[in-house]
Design a protein around this ligand. Structure first.
Ligand SMILES: *[C@@H]1O[C@H](CO)[C@@H](O)[C@H](O)[C@H]1NC(C)=O
Ligand SMILES: *[C@@H]1O[C@H](CO)[C@@H](O)[C@H](O)[C@H]1NC(C)=O
Length: 847
């Protein structure tokens, strides 16, 4: 072991050397991303495994890249298993091994290309009216001579005045994006274009496909990134049009022009995070209405690193295109990039403020912006020295406009955090007169799953930014896993589970008001597309976390999937949170709601004690809180089973459609009616509401002994502990006996019992394997005991060597990761084949 101080110095040194990570060559070599406890040096590990140490993995703390000659085996995992095996057989005396410091390992895999979020655009529109004169005056005033400026209706709309970004007033104040840098993560950026070269920022640019410095488009269909860049930062000159922030810096990181590994994607998402302020990402998993794909844990860590350390600690800003799968029932909550709390998800509207058929809806969508549809598309720079297109579209084109507006905002207030940017968006986005499920939120904003909080308005957000009071640091609260394990009724009724959050808990969590809410859940179902999920907040606001998808035949429900909603910004977290899982399709496919976990994120109460979120580990979702769950009111109802308690189906929230938006202001509409009777334990008998609310922490039939809630907790807790002990003891003797009677393997029933509680547990701690997850969920009694010592000893926060248990558990998770990857393997890159953009006027100044 080295002195940890020395190693930390080395780590700092290697961190600044991150950029000098040699280019990867996946044709000849394998690469490993390894999270190493600081007690062991990467050199030491490399030596013991015969790997070459390449350097730090970007700026993700304690993560490193190692390389070896290409081969089928996963040499790191094999070494871990070999060590484990030898230790088990006691072939070797126990002594610490550099492998003991490995907390996470992943052999880099190339994943198929992400999809560019383009959509075929349509034909030219007519224009006319007084607005044309006004447009001419603005152009004169700002000395805009760009030939295509008049065609850039998204900047100033003469055909339908008002249907634009409302940005020209901001420019007239001299705000044009100076000192802000937007990085387009895409298929390249033509830095030689006359329209981009003056604003091009080489230092923030890199090509992760060809591993060279310049993100030059090289393939025939590498036009997408350049077009997005033009929307943001096309210069004021004689070429094409102008960008929203035409004096901002623009950089390009190329990742979409071929397969890319998770290591390279993580490096791309964090590329030059002190120099690049805003990352604009117009791509994602296929929008086919069947895929459900979240980024690898490594990518989540890359994004957290960026929001915590990027931009001098103010946090990098990620903008993601919502996705173009609306016509195939896709929803942006099935995409782990757009439903990340760290990204701003942007959908599209067309020049008539209509919903274009492609733009996806979801509860994670924050805002919409203009794009193709209604007879026109976005006019922007194209690849070439002096080229222009009038055919850029899809949510791909909506995202960069918002990124450009953020560049304007940061020019005015560079000190805004990534969360201030989201708040400002919520507060200033403009709802518009278009039928949707507009609902007035607790803070008086209109939210629609189709349009988020409305359309981006550059004038409004810049104006608000000038005097915006910075939000306090982020705090969070994570509930324990709530076990439901009940069949989901078919039809409209749904299965509800309720969780109550107290003021006391929020004080402990230091959480004052909400921003994001995420729900991680497990549902088993033989047809995933039949399911839908609603989350109802204490104030009665409903988020449609998941919707049915007609093409999603996947036989497997949701497995540890995390949904996100932004519909609760500004609400108080205190009170009852209800989740309703529905299987509205009455057919032969059915399923079970297994469990869920609620995570609330928002502004803290006391900034002086608030810490940054620790990096996620593989154990965040482990069920070590099982014992704490009874402290909360968790009740489940199957409405059809208990007619007296059953809510009237009309009380259950359904998705309202075709409502007109309401004008801004808290008093404007009839508030959403919270369902009154959704919650009731199947076993409960009628009680007076006060009784239930104040004195019981368990469903009614359990006596209160006339003592306080806290004492009840103590009494029931003790009883539960004793019961658990007795059951465990019973299991132990039962298993011992089973082992002796093992010669009757055909006894299916008994064998199953053994599987659940026994054999799996015995071996799982060391061997891991597929049984582990099942054990985690099913065997909570056992876990309640085993969990504690385990987690404490091998917690990932442990500064010292993680120890045998820690390492092996990491490996277990790795197996799961591999399974997830297999799903990714089904993806098909769309590439150019189906990008049916049409070439606009082709070359230059002509239009
Ligand atoms: C740009 O940033 C530099 C350094 O942070 C600062 O000195 C300068 O005033 C800024 N310029 C503008 C136009 O905000
Ligand atoms: C348009 O921007 C101006 C500032 O340039 C702002 O005062 C105005 O409120 C904005 N219009 C709308 C409709 O938000």
């Amino acid at each position: 072991m080295r002195s940890s101080l020395l190693w930390q110095l080395l780590a700092v040194a290697s961190l600044s050397a991150a950029k000098s990570l040699p280019p990867r060559n996946y044709a000849t070599h394998d690469y490993y991303a390894i999270h190493l406890s600081p007690s062991t040096s990467p050199a030491e590990l490399a030596e013991s495994l015969g790997l070459a140490y390449e350097g730090a993995l970007g700026e993700i703390q304690d993560h490193h890249v190692f390389k070896t000659i290409k081969q089928d085996a996963d040499v790191v995992q094999d070494a871990v298993e070999e060590l484990k095996r030898r230790r088990r057989k006691r072939d070797v005396p126990f002594e610490l091994h550099p492998l003991d410091a490995v907390r996470y390992t992943k052999k880099a895999k190339l994943k198929p290309r992400m999809w560019k979020r383009n959509v075929p655009p349509l034909v030219q529109r007519a224009e006319g009216g007084d607005a044309v004169t006004q447009q001419r005056e603005i152009a004169n005033n700002l000395q805009i001579k760009d030939p295509e400026f008049n065609g850039q209706w998204h900047l100033f709309n003469t055909a339908t005045p008002g249907n634009d970004l409302n940005v020209t007033g901001v420019w007239l104040q001299g705000i044009t994006g100076k000192n802000s840098t937007v990085c387009i993560i895409d298929d390249g950026l033509d830095m030689d274009s006359e329209d981009l070269k003056d604003n091009y920022f080489a230092k923030g640019s890199y090509d992760f496909n060809d591993h060279v410095d310049e993100p030059k488009p090289r393939l025939s269909d590498d036009r997408h990134g350049t077009r997005c860049a033009g929307e943001v930062s096309a210069g004021k000159n004689n070429v094409c049009g102008v960008g929203v922030a035409y004096e901002s810096r623009i950089s390009g990181v190329r990742i979409l022009s071929g397969e890319i590994s998770d290591i390279d994607e993580a490096l791309a998402l964090d590329y030059e995070l002190q120099e690049n302020d805003i990352y604009s990402c117009s791509w994602g998993p296929p929008d086919d209405g069947k895929t459900m794909l979240a980024p690898d844990a490594l990518l989540e860590k890359a994004m957290i690193t960026a929001v915590q350390t990027g931009r001098g600690g103010k946090g990098s800003i990620y903008v993601f295109a919502a996705g173009n799968g609306a016509a195939s029932d896709d929803n942006c909550n099935f995409d782990g990039y757009t439903n990340s709390i760290y990204s701003v998800t942007v959908g599209a509207i067309d020049n008539k403020n209509n919903h274009p058929y492609y733009s996806e809806a979801c509860s994670a969508q924050l805002v919409v912006s203009y794009s193709s549809g209604g007879g026109d598309a976005i006019h922007t720079t194209d690849v070439g020295v002096n080229k222009c297109t009038n055919g850029h579209g899809g949510t791909s084109a909506a995202g960069p406009l918002v990124a450009g507006v953020y560049a304007l905002v940061l020019e005015v207030r560079p000190e805004l955090s990534w969360r201030d940017i989201q708040w400002l968006t919520v507060m200033t986005a403009l709802p518009f007169d278009q039928p949707s499920d507009w609902t007035t939120t607790k803070i008086g904003k209109s939210f629609s799953h189709q349009f988020g909080y409305g359309k981006m308005d550059a004038g409004a957000i810049v104006e608000a930014a000038k005097t915006w009071e910075l939000v306090k640091p982020q705090a969070w609260y994570w509930s324990p896993w709530m076990h439901v394990k009940q069949k989901i009724p078919q039809g409209d009724k749904g299965l509800a589970s309720v969780f109550e959050i107290t003021e006391e808990e929020m004080r402990t969590a230091n959480l004052e008001r909400l921003e994001h809410v995420t729900v991680t859940m497990n549902v088993e179902h033989t047809r995933r597309g039949d399911l839908s999920v609603e989350l109802i907040s204490p104030s009665g606001m409903t988020s449609h976390l998941s919707v049915t998808r007609r093409d999603d035949d996947f036989r497997g429900g949701y497995s540890d999937w995390t949904f996100m909603t932004v519909a609760h910004f500004g609400e108080s977290p205190i009170g009852k949170w209800t989740i309703v899982v529905k299987d509205t399709k009455v057919n032969e496919h059915d399923g079970t709601f297994t469990d869920w976990k609620l995570r609330l994120w928002g502004e803290c109460i006391d900034p002086s004690t608030q810490k940054l979120r620790p990096m996620p580990t593989e154990h965040d979702d482990d069920d070590h809180d099982a014992i704490a769950a009874p402290h909360h009111t968790v009740s489940v109802s199957v409405p059809s089973d208990s007619p007296t308690a059953a809510p009237n189906p009309s009380d259950l929230p359904t998705r309202p459609v075709n409502q007109k938006p309401t004008p801004q202001g808290p008093s404007s509409t009839a508030p959403f009616e919270p369902p009154t009777q959704v919650t009731s334990a199947p076993t409960s008998s009628p009680t007076s509401p006060s009784d239930q609310e104040h004195d019981h922490f368990l469903p009614h039939p359990f006596p209160t002994f006339g003592v306080s809630k806290r004492t009840q907790v103590w009494i029931y807790g003790s009883l539960a502990l004793i019961l658990c002990f007795v059951v465990s003891l019973g299991c132990y003797f039962y298993l011992a006996r089973r082992k002796r009677l093992r010669n009757n393997p055909r006894d299916d029933y008994e064998f199953e019992v053994l599987d659940d509680r026994g054999e799996d547990d015995e071996g799982a701690a060391l061997t891991g394997g597929p049984g582990r997850r099942g054990r985690r969920r099913a065997g909570e009694l056992y876990d309640a005991f085993a969990g504690e010592s385990d987690e404490d000893v091998f917690s990932d926060d442990d500064e010292h060597v993680a120890g045998v248990g820690g390492v092996y558990r990491d490996m277990d998770e790795k197996d799961q990761g591999a399974e997830e990857f297999d799903e990714k393997a089904h993806l098909r890159g769309r590439g150019s084949g189906s990008l049916s953009d049409f070439e606009g006027s082709g070359s230059s100044g002509a239009r």
